[in-house]
Design a protein around this ligand. Structure first.
Ligand code: B3K
Ligand code: ZN
Length: 885
């Protein structure tokens, strides 16, 4: 917490550090109430800087002693204020001995060293290391670490840190020690320690090179029946990175540790990944198919960071997407490869694009919009965003689309060849891609520097006489904060042409120089408007544009409903088949929203073409159930809201609900058949095929329950009673919770009793109720009084508060503003406990200006209330200030 005005940090102000650190030796005397940390640093002047001061950062740490080159420094020898310790006119070579004192048990921010359920954990990214000791805590300072941990042997039998265990033993006084050494240079944000009472599953794994490595998954006692999936995911990740990128695990030992109190998903500390329990623990009793998939992808993500993030790291935090965008892209590709089938890959792509549209497009159009490589920040933790991560991954994917898979691999190889062991920039990555492929990618930089989602408009013309088909692409991008004018982006637009049979036509792109026919062409749009001409086009085609979502843009294209239904049925590009269905639904829903806004009824009955198209998808037995599930899910309320100039959340909700009911009614028989056909009897397996079936079956159930009749209630109740896995159980419970089934209350109560001991399942229980259409603000307040609720645990806070504020729009936007008042209270309460979690919740009202005036005023008042709160963290302050600006 601070009272001074928070400072804005600018990318343009980057300057190399005056001193570089060579070695770090640390000794920890671990005690929850008072931990002493003795640190010995060797530093030397950086030839790339002319600075003469050693600059160290510290945040909330007590400085006990400071010695330079063997001599104690008095207050005359250094300046300390505002979290900066500066030693002026230091000699060329410096050895610093720093002793600090910290209070882990009081640390509720979960940054630095903290206690969770009696055990010690650390989280240092982005700037948590400075909560442990004074240090040049910036990612371009890379050093080798040796860490001695000392603690009570009974309470903390396990002592872990990065790298290799060198030595361990007793200290004689009931305490013991462990000495760890990390052979690789690393930035301080990758430092980690864990101490406590934990158990592990371990396996050895033989790398392609023949080297054997030790893999461990550490959890609290009683959880060893939930670690196999994480272990398997780790082994698959190791294999995949060897095969796809030739990247080998560089340590002899790789550890994953699960912790119940954690601000985000997981952290890639060198050799000692620390994970939110949510992304480690799984067995069929407690975890859903989505949980299994989430664990696989997060384990992979953190493992992949070992090369993209750790071996090659970021020069400064503005370059965050250098590691995050790239690593998300890598984990997306890994998950797609793990499914293995073409349709599985397409489904994974659809899922990823859904996240982008649901969360990143709104961010890019709101007050917190920022480029993938931001130009400034107040609190860096606020920039671990969907833009840096997911849009960043799209930007990396575009290199692969432009250069091809082999070209992309060449770029990756050159990137490691040039930069291994260094802290670099997004430009360095782009140059490696360009140089390895002999391409000029300078215009591509705009994807890193310009915020906002570009809009690409498509116009076509067919000339039967010439057998020519022309596609004109025009691009624009709306202003974003601080960027009024945008230059044209370099946009890869993948295009196919369908003949009247729905088959791909062979493509001959004029001027491409290639005589060879292909069926998807990647058009490179680099100007504001360009026309591309296809030859030998025998009949007027239906174009399939932006196949596989080849760029993160809005696509404006005029299709008739018949063309959309045709694409939905025939496009060889599964992504665009899904997209056509979404467009068809979106168009109908937007028209209905207009009707409702004008005082009409949300009568979805006349949605004929949509019903037919959905029926065709639902009954096509050649389709992958996972694809069917996505194709039959209507665009979300958030995605709909983004299409409107003025958002009326109640009209949107009413329309989407009416649409769901009409689809339930019109396709009732088909839903019932799909429900029966997609049962997965026998032992549970989380594989993609079974998960896809369960997904479609549960979607069928959700539609049928929209009818809210006895038959649907019975179906849900029976599924609940007979479920042998969490996916089916929670699917049934969610259906019941949204219904007026007589067994609703009893099922909710029974679920809690059955799973009271499983924190992650209790989270699901809160979350499901928070998102139920039957839950209003008063009911959420009631749930907060439940003995299992606490704001201190981020997962629990997210499960109830975030789920309600972000996942239950019709109740959250209650006309009296009570949802917003609730939001403000919770942001303020969380701010005092955990600024990072509070700031995430603060983002909920980002888009307040888009809402209808009555709601807008109430949202603004809630934002102002938060902004006026005393001792606001800079995390929350930055978010609400930018929202109100
Ligand atoms: N690098 C961490 C995120 C750290 C967030 C700090 N506020 C997890 C990840 O992206 O892998
Ligand atoms: Zn990451």
């Amino acid at each position: 917490m601070r009272t001074d005005t928070p400072q804005t940090i600018y990318r343009k102000d980057y300057a190399p550090p005056a001193y570089l650190v060579e070695t770090v030796e640390m000794g920890f005397d671990l005690d929850p109430d008072l931990t002493r940390v003795a640190t010995r640093l060797t530093l030397s002047r950086n030839p790339e800087s002319d600075g003469k001061s050693v600059v160290l950062y510290g945040d909330g740490v007590q400085l006990v002693q400071l010695r330079m080159n063997g001599r104690e420094l008095t207050r005359r020898g250094y300046a300390l204020g505002n979290g900066v310790l500066e030693i002026f006119n230091a000699p060329e070579q410096v050895t610093l001995e720093i002793e600090t004192a910290i209070h882990p048990a009081l640390n509720t921010s979960l940054m630095g060293l903290y206690v969770s359920n009696g055990n010690f954990f650390t989280q240092c990214e982005a700037e948590g290391f400075r909560k442990i000791t004074f240090f040049p805590d910036r990612p371009d300072v890379m050093a080798k670490y040796k860490v001695m941990l000392r603690a009570d042997k009974k309470k903390y039998p396990v002592l872990l840190s990065n790298g290799n265990l060198i030595e361990q033993g007793d200290l004689g006084d009931g305490r013991h020690y462990a000495l760890w050494e990390d052979p690789f240079k690393k930035p301080s944000y990758l430092f980690a320690l864990v101490a406590g009472s934990l158990v592990c599953q371990e396996e050895t794994c033989t790398l392609k090179s023949g080297r054997e490595v030790l893999l461990q998954v550490w959890v609290e006692e009683g959880n060893l029946d939930k670690t196999q999936h994480a272990m398997d995911s780790l082994k698959h990740s190791i294999r995949w990175d060897e095969e796809r990128y030739g990247l080998e695990l560089d340590l002899d030992r790789f550890m994953i540790v699960a912790v119940g109190d954690f601000n985000m998903g997981a952290m890639e500390n060198k050799g000692l990944n620390i994970f939110n329990t949510k992304y480690v623990l799984a067995n069929p009793r407690i975890a859903t198919d989505a949980d299994y998939a989430g664990i696989e992808s997060v384990v992979a993500h953190e493992y992949f960071h070992n090369w993209t993030g750790n071996r090659v790291t970021c020069r400064d935090w503005f370059q965050l997407s250098l590691k995050e965008g790239l690593t998300v892209f890598r984990d997306q590709e890994f998950s797609a490869d793990m499914i293995g089938t073409d349709s599985g890959r397409a489904v994974k792509r659809i899922e990823d694009v859904r996240v982008l549209r649901q969360a990143q497009f709104p961010e890019d159009a709101g007050p917190m919009a920022h480029p993938v490589r931001p130009d400034s920040y107040v609190e860096i933790n606020n920039f671990y965003t969907v833009t840096v991560y997911e849009k960043g991954a799209e930007v990396v994917r575009m290199y692969q689309t432009l250069l091809g898979r082999d070209g992309f691999r060449k770029g990756m190889d050159l990137y490691f060849e040039r930069h291994d062991g260094h802290a670099v920039t997004c430009d360095d990555f782009r140059l490696a891609m360009a140089d390895a492929n002999g391409r000029d990618l300078s215009q591509f930089e705009l994807w890193y520097s310009q915020a906002g989602t570009p809009r690409v408009k498509v116009e076509t013309a067919y000339d039967a006489g010439q057998e020519a088909f022309e596609i004109t692409l025009s691009q624009s991008c709306a202003p974003t904060p601080g960027q009024a004018e945008k230059k044209p982006f370099h946009i890869p637009v993948a295009v196919g042409l369908l003949d009247s049979q729905g088959l791909d036509m062979p493509l001959f792109l004029d001027g491409s120089g290639s005589a060879e026919a292909f069926t998807t062409a990647v058009l490179e749009l680099t100007e504001s408007s360009q026309t591309f001409r296809f030859k030998h086009v025998k009949e007027k085609p239906v174009p399939s544009v932006l196949r596989n979502f080849s760029a993160p843009v809005h696509l404006d294209i005029d299709y008739t409903e018949a063309e959309l239904a045709f694409l939905m049925a025939h496009d060889s590009d599964a992504f665009n088949r899904w997209e056509a269905g979404q467009r068809l639904a979106m168009r109908r829903m937007l028209a209905l929203v207009k009707t409702v806004r004008e005082g009409g009824q949300a009568d979805a009955g006349a949605a004929g073409p949509l019903h037919d198209a959905f029926r065709a998808t639902l009954t096509d037995s050649r389709l992958d159930p996972a694809f069917q599930e996505f194709a039959l899910t209507l665009p979300s309320e958030t995605v709909l809201a983004e299409q409107l100039d003025v958002v009326d959340p109640h009209a949107i909700h009413a329309v989407r609900q009416a649409m769901r009911r009409s689809l339930a009614q019109a396709l009732r028989g088909e839903w019932q058949i799909a429900y029966q056909a997609n049962r997965t009897p026998g032992e549970y397996s989380p594989d993609a095929e079974s998960a896809g079936k369960r997904g479609l079956k549960n979607l069928a159930l959700a539609y049928l329950v929209e009818l809210d009749d006895d038959a649907a209630h019975r179906l849900a109740q029976t599924q609940y009673d007979n479920a042998n896995n969490m996916t089916d159980r929670i699917g049934a419970l969610a259906a019941l919770a949204n219904s007026s089934a007589p067994g609703r209350e009893q099922a909710l109560a029974r679920f809690y009793e059955d799973f009271e001991q499983e924190a992650l399942v209790v989270d699901k229980w809160f979350s499901l109720q928070a998102m139920s259409r039957k839950t209003d603000v008063a009911a959420v307040r009631e749930l907060m009084r439940h003995p299992a609720f606490t704001l201190k645990n981020p997962n629990r806070a997210r499960s109830l508060i975030f789920s309600f504020c972000n996942g239950n729009p019709s109740q959250f936007h209650a006309a009296d503003g009570s949802g917003y008042e609730f939001w403000a209270e919770q942001v303020i309460a969380l701010n005092a406990i955990n600024p990072q979690v509070a700031a995430r919740l603060a983002r909920t009202l980002d888009r307040w200006r888009k809402y209808e005036p009555a709601l807008q005023q109430k949202m603004k008042a809630a934002l102002q209330k938060v902004a006026a709160t005393r001792s606001l963290s800079k995390d929350v302050l930055e978010v609400v200030t930018k929202s109100l600006a």
